[in-house]
Write a protein that binds this ligand. Sequence first.
Ligand SMILES: [Mg+2]
Length: 349
Amino acid sequence: MKITDVQAVYPRYQHVVPSWRTHFWQIVVRVSTDLGAAGLGYGGGGVAGVEVVNRHFRELLLGREVESVEDIAAIWDYLYQESLPYGRKGLAIMALSGVDLALYDLLGKAQNVPVYEILGGLKKERVLAYATGPDSESYSDLGFLAHKFPHRWSGQESGYKSAWTAANRARELFGAEVRLMIDTYMSWDQDVTLNMHRRLSEFNLYWYEDVLTPDDLPGQAELRSRVAPTLIAGGEHESTHFGFAEVAANGALGLWQPDITWCGGITAGLRIVEMGRKANVPVSPHRGGEVWGLHLIASSDWADLAEFHSDHIREPRDVLWFNEPSPENGYIVANDAPGFGVRLNEAML
Ligand SMILES: [Mg+2]
């Protein structure tokens, strides 16, 4: 089938607080074909991402044939190459992610199979979910069997106490066996991380996430052995397999978290997962409970864990995609409808 149109749209989000972090500037990409099948993808980059798709990628995509995973990979390489002068990381790759995911959705719908089938079929029947956010009690009540809570270092000594209290509360709620993690959103530094580890090691946390900025690869590499067995995790702000090659070369992270709607879609995600396997580093995609990451995780014997952000759990929220699977008893199963298995809420466009 031949691509006849490509359109990116920035949805009309209603339930937002004035922060990039609430809806991540996510965009919708629609790819239409001469055979009638159309694919929908989810990318990032906001109105800038929309411009990249509609004013550049569109003209490169019109008339291209899409019949296979190999065709999609070739398109990815082409768009990456053509956007190199302004791309490589960040907004442009977030936009490219939306195109790549739309092409996977298209291929699934054209073949009448879920995306995980295109990726080789289910490698696990269900994926362990974890809840990300500050409301440990409610996630425990909802039946989550793993949990990540945030901690922001503000420069005050009291931050050590608040982290300990949050970890202690989570451990009390979830019990000794459950995986618990902290996301510091780049607010800790080398010293704070080591001081925190001394205070928190009694809770046996699975990982510390984004303790430094993604540019400080040597700094993160140095921390790894000093906080073991807790892992230094990160990668949601890293782009493509080229970016993760640098992470691997530096030995910077003990667990990788590519965001499939930002890092370059499924195509980049597959390459990153293979790189993780070679480096013997586990991969747990950022927001992996959303279908874009979930299909990759479910079909992979290397990627695992499905993340649910608090914004995806609490009400009221914008429902851009209908038919998204929800975790039950702590696990999530990708639905078997064609493509990514979700329908777009057109009223939000
Ligand atoms: Mg994070």
